[in-house]
Design a protein around this ligand. Structure first.
Ligand code: NDP
Length: 334
């Protein structure tokens, strides 16, 4: 039986950001409607105390899709030629369990995470948001710039990163690619001051964004911290905002930004207004006023990876992309 192997460059071609945003919006609506099954991910902490090995399975009822992302997260890879997130998404066919494809998880993760933030920004940011701040200058910073431009008419971008030279390199490349004015600034506060949309995309474990810096009416996508013990936002940023999550169950188990603010007494569970899919399906109210601060806390869900993989697979089959490899599935005695 043949499976399809889809590499990093092929995933990037087969999963353009505008298409991925539509797939993610549909997937989050399906999740909100009870059409997805996904347990909490399992995360093996590795001996160095920083790195992790995670498995993320999910099944989607409509359109039917079944799969798992297996991924390593090695924050120490920053600044090397290796991605800090590496692995594969294995896609299975839902009727007879046949494995259909193995595809690069770095590219799927980079694109689908920003696509979900794009969907959140389209749903929650002010319609006239033009001024973007990005904290962090890695893989997610780049894909977030692309998604934010699709969500809102971004005209100005400020970038801050821990290592100033990386922020400067990011700003140069992003300006050349986008034709926008992209400035590297010397502090996170200088980036966020007056910004309409703020994306936090760092591997920080302690706050890099303070609530006191946020302008009235700002929308924040917080995507960097995805374990209960790490945060990018201080308690004031969470308390000041109307808080939306990708999934309530995951947020209550894994979202350090929320859980540490709760432990400090700044918020309680009722502070979570709802899931993004609930906003998209009209079950939960989004932004209520132009001066309200909205916050989307993203942890990343297996169902996003599996839906993105199903889209890549369909496109690969239609265009003849990818490499076919014979790999089991048939009974030897059949
Ligand atoms: P990269 O390795 O490409 O970039 C990491 C960024 O984090 C760099 O800009 C780096 O700054 C910054 N950084 C690292 N440590 C610190 C620190 N202690 N304080 C402040 N900044 C720091 O990673 P990605 O862009 O792929 O991922 C960024 C974060 O997003 C990670 O935490 C990752 O786990 C998370 N993530 C979340 C997903 C989700 O679905 N929510 C999906 C994928 C990733 P510099 O280089 O300037 O030193």
């Amino acid at each position: 039986m043949d499976i399809l192997v889809v590499n990093q460059a092929e995933v990037a071609t087969l999963l353009p950001m505008p298409e991925c945003m539509e797939v993610m919006a549909d997937t989050l609506c399906a999740l909100a409607g009870g059409d997805a099954t996904l347990p909490l991910r399992t995360v093996l902490r590795l001996a160095d105390g920083r790195s992790a090995f995670a498995t993320m399975p999910a099944a989607l009822a409509r359109p039917a899709a079944l799969g798992v992302k297996v991924i390593t997260v090695f924050p120490g890879n920053e600044g090397t030629r290796l991605d800090s997130h590496q692995g594969a998404v294995l896609l299975f066919e839902a009727d007879q369990g046949r494995m259909l494809a193995v595809m690069d998880a770095s590219a799927i993760t980079a694109i689908r995470t920003a696509a979900v933030s794009g969907v959140a920004t389209r749903a929650l940011a002010r319609a006239d948001a033009t001024d973007l701040a990005i904290l962090g200058a890695g893989v997610q910073a780049a894909t977030h710039l692309e998604a934010m431009r699709l969500a809102r008419p971004i005209a100005r971008v400020r970038v801050w990163s821990r290592t100033a030279a990386r922020a400067e390199a990011f700003a140069r490349q992003a300006a050349a690619r986008s034709g926008l004015r992209v400035e590297a600034v010397e502090s996170a506060e200088a980036a966020v001051d007056g910004a309409d949309v703020v994306c936090t995309t760092t591997a920080a474990r302690e706050p890099v964004l303070r609530g006191a810096w946020l302008a009235p009416g700002a929308h924040v996508n917080a995507i960097g911290a995805s374990v209960a013990t790490a945060r990018e936002l201080d308690a004031a940023a969470v308390r000041r905002a109307r808080l939306y999550v990708d999934r309530r169950e995951s947020a209550l188990a894994e979202a350090g930004d929320f859980l540490l603010a709760r432990a400090e007494g700044a918020v309680d569970d009722a502070h979570i207004v709802g899931e993004l899919g609930e906003v998209l399906t009209g079950r939960v109210e989004g932004r209520r006023a132009p001066d309200e601060i909205t916050l989307f806390k993203s942890l990343g869900l297996a169902v996003e990876d599996v839906a993105a993989a199903a889209h890549v697979h369909a496109r690969a089959v239609a265009t003849g992309a990818g490499t076919r490899v014979a790999l089991g599935g048939e009974r030897a005695d059949a």
